[in-house]
Design a protein around this ligand. Structure first.
Ligand code: ZN
Length: 343
C-alpha cells in the first residue's frame, strides 16, 4: 500500500490565486520566456497558466447573478456531515450528462463532473440533503458542457479545496465560467491530472487509493478522449470513472499501464454508453460486476448504444441507468457492495 507515501510526493500543483499582481507578473514571465528562449521549470504549470490566461483574454465579463446562487453562510447552520466508514458513490440523475458524488470512509467529499448548466439544482439538492457545504476534491474530466456546465456555480457556491483538470481547453462559456470561478476562488488549489506525472494519485482519504489512468501528457487526444479516467479503490472494492473517454484513450491507457490497475467492481460506463467507448479489451480489464450509465431518457444520441448494452450483458455486469433508476447510490464497505436507486 502506498497511499501515504504517495501523498508525500511533491505533486505539481498551482494555486490559482489570480490577483491582479500575480496575473501581471505571470504575463511578464510569459513574454520574457518567449523573448529569451527560457521555458518554465514546470512545463505543466506553464501549460495550465497559458491556458488560463488565453481563456481570460477571450472571456466576456462574467457575473454570477443567477437567482439560484446562494450565500454559503445561509447553510452554515446545517448539521455537519458525518462519515459512516463506507465509500459511498452517488451517480446523480442529471439527464444527458455526468455528475458523481463520492463520500470517503472518513467523510471526505469528491465531486466528479457537474452535468449541464441546468443540472445545478440536482447536484446542489443532493449536497444540501447530505449537509455538504465544502468539497475536498472536485474533478472536471473534460471541458464538454454536459460534464462541466455548472462547474462555475459549484466552485462559487461551495468551498472547494482541490480541483483537478487537464490541459484540454475549450472556448465555450461554461468552460470560461469554470476558469473565472477558479480564478476567484483563492482557497482552491488547482492540479493538472496526468497518468504519467510523478504523482498519478489524487490525495483524498488515506484509506482510499485514487489513481489517475488517463490522459497521458504526450498523447494527442480529442476532447472526449482527453477525459480523466481514474480508479477509486477502498479495500477490496473499486470503482472506475471514465468521463467520455473512448476506445482510443482506453487502449492507450491499457498499453501503458498494468492491467491490474483497471480491475473494478463498478464501472461508470464511458461516454453515456456510446459504442465509441467500452472496447472489449477495456471491459475485459475492468471486468465489472456493476455497470452504471448516466444519460437522459430519449436522448438525441441513441445512448446507450445496443452494442454496449449487449457487451455488458455478455460480461455479466448488472446495469443501472439514470434514465430508468434516477440517482443511483452505491455503498461499499471494502468487501461488499450495495446499490440503491431513487426510482
Ligand atoms: Zn458526456
Amino acid at each position: 500500500m502506498c497511499f501515504d507515501d504517495c501523498a508525500t510526493i511533491c505533486c505539481m500543483k498551482m494555486n490559482i490565486k489570480m490577483k491582479t499582481l500575480t496575473l501581471l507578473l505571470t504575463v511578464c514571465l510569459v513574454f520574457l520566456s518567449v523573448f529569451t528562449g527560457c521555458s518554465f521549470n514546470d512545463e505543466y504549470a506553464g501549460q495550465l497558466l497559458n491556458e488560463l490566461i488565453s481563456a481570460l483574454y477571450t472571456s466576456p465579463d462574467i457575473t454570477f447573478t443567477d437567482e439560484t446562487d446562494r450565500n454559503n453562510t445561509d447553510i452554515g447552520n446545517a448539521t455537519p456531515f458525518t462519515a459512516d466508514g463506507t465509500l459511498t458513490m452517488y451517480m446523480i440523475d442529471v439527464g444527458q450528462g455526468d455528475s458523481s458524488l463520492l463520500i470517503s470512509p472518513a467523510g471526505k467529499t469528491m465531486l466528479i463532473d457537474s452535468g449541464e448548466y441546468d443540472s445545478y439544482a440536482a447536484v446542489s439538492d443532493l449536497l444540501d440533503e447530505l449537509n455538504i457545504t465544502s468539497l475536498d476534491v472536485v474533478v472536471a474530466t473534460h471541458p464538454h458542457s454536459d460534464h462541466i456546465g455548472c462547474m462555475g456555480k459549484i466552485i462559487k457556491n461551495y468551498d472547494v479545496a482541490s480541483f483537478y483538470l487537464t490541459s484540454a481547453s475549450h472556448t465555450t462559456k461554461s468552460y470560461t465560467y469554470m476558469l473565472e470561478a477558479l480564478e476567484a476562488s483563492t482557497d482552491t488549489e488547482v492540479y493538472l491530472a496526468e497518468a504519467d506525472s510523478n504523482n498519478p494519485f489524487i490525495d483524498w482519504d488515506s484509506a482510499v487509493e485514487v489513481r489517475i489512468l488517463s490522459p497521458f501528457s504526450n498523447v494527442d487526444y480529442d476532447l472526449n478522449n482527453s477525459s480523466i479516467m481514474m480508479r477509486v479503490k477502498f479495500g477490496n472494492n473499486a470503482i472506475m470513472f471514465t468521463g467520455d473517454a473512448e476506445s482510443y484513450a482506453e487502449r492507450t491507457a491499457l498499453s501503458r499501464l498494468s492491467t491490474s490497475y483497471f480491475k473494478a467492481d463498478v464501472l461508470k460506463v464511458g461516454h453515456h454508453g456510446s459504442s465509441n467507448s467500452s472496447c472489449d479489451e477495456f471491459l475485459s480489464a475492468v471486468d465489472p460486476d456493476i455497470a452504471l450509465i448516466s444519460l437522459g431518457a430519449d436522448n438525441d444520441y441513441g445512448h446507450p448504444h445496443r452494442e454496449i448494452v449487449s457487451a455488458l450483458k455478455k460480461i455479466n455486469a448488472q446495469t443501472y441507468r439514470t434514465d430508468e433508476c434516477g440517482t443511483i447510490c452505491v455503498v461499499m464497505d471494502g468487501n461488499s457492495i450495495e446499490v440503491k436507486t431513487s426510482k
